[in-house]
Each structure stands twice: as structure tokens, then as C-alpha cells.
Design a protein around this ligand. Structure first.
Ligand SMILES: C=CC1=C(C)c2cc3[nH]c(cc4nc(cc5[nH]c(cc1n2)c(C)c5CCC(=O)O)C(CCC(=O)O)=C4C)c(C)c3C=C
Ligand SMILES: [Fe+2]
Ligand SMILES: [Fe+2]
Length: 354
């Protein structure tokens, strides 16, 4: 299970930020090996406060362990020919990192594995970065001797869409029935620098695909928009910004909103701090809005079942020789991609990791 991870405790925040700013698949900085530790040191106090405010750390490890254990148990029933199944976690910037994951897989003598991204929509900055790291560990011998295949994106999987739609419906239930259908659904995703969008990164259009699928499942019951949050630094990012959209809607007299996190499968500072502590609080207190946030997927049994269904279908099709180790779409690099590792990584996984 590939994801970025987060600091489980506040003191781990600095190392998390340092790994993130050092990741050249995520961002390219001048003199990165010097600048990244400097930015991490400067940024740590503010981000530490945010993790403090959400209960002393990121819950992503706890939720991913829960989701993984649930998925593996279901998978033994759904696809017994490849049982027993076990979920391993490889985070990109926090423990357990890929090295630790490799140690556990080696100790268990794993010979066959599925690199299952936990980002629903593909971005070179997220899933791409995790796959590049796995590729590096594959070729340097840390993770050798394993036959790999990849589940690289699943932003319109019906089970995932159903799980999100149910959480939206639960949030809508909190509004008075007389105003419910006028309530605006504001789908909010982590933004992407325009330089990444413009090199052809598929994330923005895949997030839009998820939103369309959720709206279709809801029968287009409410007006909606897709907005973008968590921009960092001075360069242009994909918009409109979530907080600006809330202010704009308030000005237009649309004061009832459900905020729906759509690009991450568990809670993190961006839902618990940015959406709840900052935007919802300001919208309620300063803008006079009635705002609810749809729950993150966290322990949703519908979502855990969806993960198991995706993995079972993948293993079934792979065993039957119907699919290759990687999807057709994963084979295409961004038209503007200048990262040579992306090309090598795709070729390596396309041959099952050899
Ligand atoms: C799936 C969504 C995400 C995309 C796409 C993404 C791209 C991206 N992010 C940065 C810079 C930062 N992101 C940071 C934190 C962070 N990012 C995501 C998700 C995506 N990022 C999440 C869920 C989190 C928070 C983790 C948590 O536990 O809460 C940070 C660190 C926080 C901060 O300093 O503000 C940075 C920096 C870039 C540059 C980028 C695309 C190129
Ligand atoms: Fe990010
Ligand atoms: Fe790329």
C-alpha cells in the first residue's frame, strides 16, 4: 500500500518535511540537498502546531493499517487461489518507509507483490514518486526477487464512488430537508503547481472524473464545484482555492455547503486542520455559513470492501493472463516529462520488476 504517510507523532514532523522537500520527483529546488533541510527546519514549528491541534500526529498510519488488514482478510475469501494475502505499507516520507517495508517483506519471504497505490487519482508527484522509489529499491537489491504488478489508479471504481457518495449523503442529512437540495457540494482536492499540470500530469482530470462519477451516483441531486486546497509557496497552483470559493459562494448568497475531501482516503492535516479548523470555522463564524464536512473514508466498510474488490479483480485478471503487470495508461509518460526515472520505472514495472 503506497502513500505519502505523515508524522505519527509531533516530533517526527521535521523528518517528514525534510524527506518531502528532498523528493526530486515531487519538486525540484536549486541546491535541493541544502535548501530542503533549511525549509524543513523553518516550516516545522508551524506544521508541528497543526499536528498538535489535530491530536498529536497524523492518523494515516493507523487508518492504512486498518484498511490493509480488512482488505487482506476479505481478499482471502474473494481470491483464495493466491491466499494468504498480507498488506504491507510503504510510505514515501514517514515510517514505515520503503526500506522498512522491504525488510518485512524479505523476512516473510515474499515472492509476489502488487504495488497498490492508495492515491485514487494518478499524479507523477504522488503515485509516480512512490513507484520511482520502489523501482530504485528494486534495482539496488533492497527489494529484489519479487514479481511485481501495479494498481496505479482507481478514481472511478464503483466501490470507491459508493463509499464517497454515502459520506456525502450522511453530511447532507444534517441539513434541514427544506434546504437540502440547494446545498452546494464543494469537492476539495490538494492542488497541484501549474507547472506540473501543464506538463500533462493526469491528476487534475482524474479528480474531475471522480467528481463526475460521484455526482452521477447521487443523481445530480445538488449543485457542485471542484476546488483546490493546500497550495504551498509563491508559484501559481491549480485553482480556484477552497477558501476563496467559500467566500465567493457566501457573497452570492449560497451559504449552505458540504465540503467533500476527494483525493485522499483518510484524515490528515488538510481535512482535520485546514478544512475543519480553518475553513469551516471561518465560514461559520465570519461568513455566516452552514457548513458540514463529509467524513474521510477512514474505516468505511464500503471502502475497505472496494479495496479488496480492486485487488481481487487485479489478481484474477493477472493470473488468467488477461492483463499486464501495469495498466496501458501507466505506460504513457507526461508529454512534458523530463524526469528520466519515470521512463525507467515504467519499463521496469512493465516487465514485472526485472
Ligand atoms: C493526493 C494529493 C496530493 C497531491 C497531488 C500533492 C502534491 C504536492 N504537494 C506538494 C507539497 C506539499 N504537500 C504537503 C503535504 C501534503 N500533501 C498531500 C497530498 C498531496 N500532495 C497531503 C495529504 C499532505 C498532508 C499530509 C498530512 O499528514 O496531513 C506538504 C507539507 C505540509 C506543508 O508544509 O504545508 C508540502 C510542502 C507539492 C509541491 C505537490 C506537487 C508537486
Ligand atoms: Fe502535498
Ligand atoms: Fe512524470
Amino acid at each position: 500500500m503506497l502513500n505519502m504517510g505523515g508524522p505519527s507523532t509531533v516530533p517526527e514532523t521535521h523528518d517528514f518535511l525534510k524527506s518531502l522537500f528532498l523528493d526530486r520527483d515531487l519538486m525540484q529546488l536549486p541546491f535541493q540537498s541544502l535548501l530542503a533541510p533549511w525549509i524543513a527546519r523553518r516550516r516545522s514549528p508551524m506544521i508541528e502546531q497543526q499536528y498538535e491541534a489535530i491530536g498529536g500526529g497524523s492518523p494515516i498510519l493507523r487508518w492504512t493499517e486498518h484498511q490493509g488488514a480488512g482488505m487482506a482478510a476479505l481478499l482471502d475469501e474473494l481470491h483464495p487461489t493466491t491466499a494468504p494475502h498480507k498488506a504491507y505499507i510503504a510510505f514515501r516520507y514517514a515510517r514505515p518507509l520503503t526500506d522498512e517495508c522491504a525488510t518485512r517483506m524479505r523476512a516473510d519471504g515474499v515472492k509476489r507483490a502488487v504495488a497498490f497505490t492508495q492515491y485514487p487519482q494518478y499524479s507523477c508527484s504522488t503515485t509516480g514518486s512512490s513507484l520511482n522509489e520502489l523501482y530504485r529499491k528494486g534495482i539496488d537489491g533492497t527489494l529484489s526477487g519479487i514479481e511485481w504488478s501495479v494498481i496505479d489508479r482507481w478514481g472511478t471504481h464503483p466501490g470507491f464512488i459508493e463509499a464517497v457518495a454515502q459520506n456525502v449523503e450522511r453530511a447532507l442529512q444534517k441539513f434541514n430537508p427544506s434546504v437540502r437540495s440547494d446545498t452546494v457540494l464543494l469537492f476539495s482536492a490538494h492542488s497541484l503547481p501549474m507547472s506540473v499540470v501543464n506538463r500533462g500530469d493526469p491528476y487534475v482530470s482524474e479528480v474531475a472524473g471522480t467528481v463526475q462519477a460521484v455526482m452521477q451516483r447521487l443523481g445530480y441531486s445538488n449543485p457542485w464545484r471542484l476546488v483546490w486546497q493546500s497550495q504551498v509557496g509563491p508559484r501559481p497552483w491549480m485553482g480556484p482555492k477552497t477558501d476563496a470559493a467559500l467566500k465567493g459562494l457566501a457573497k452570492l448568497g449560497r451559504k449552505r455547503v458540504v465540503l467533500v475531501p476527494i483525493a485522499f482516503t483518510s484524515d490528515h492535516i488538510e481535512t482535520l486542520f485546514e478544512l475543519d479548523h480553518e475553513y469551516c470555522a471561518e465560514a461559520r463564524e465570519s461568513l455566516g455559513m452552514e457548513v458540514q464536512r463529509a467524513e474521510s473514508l477512514n474505516d468505511s466498510p464500503v471502502f475497505i470492501r472496494a479495496l479488496a474488490d480492486m485487488a481481487a479483480q487485479h489478481l484474477k485478471d493477472y493470473s488468467a493472463g488477461k492483463i499486464s503487470p501495469t495498466s496501458v495508461q501507466m505506460g504513457l509518460r507526461c508529454p512534458g516529462c523530463e524526469n528520466a526515472t519515470c521512463g525507467k520505472q515504467k519499463a521496469w514495472f512493465a516487465k514485472g520488476g526485472e
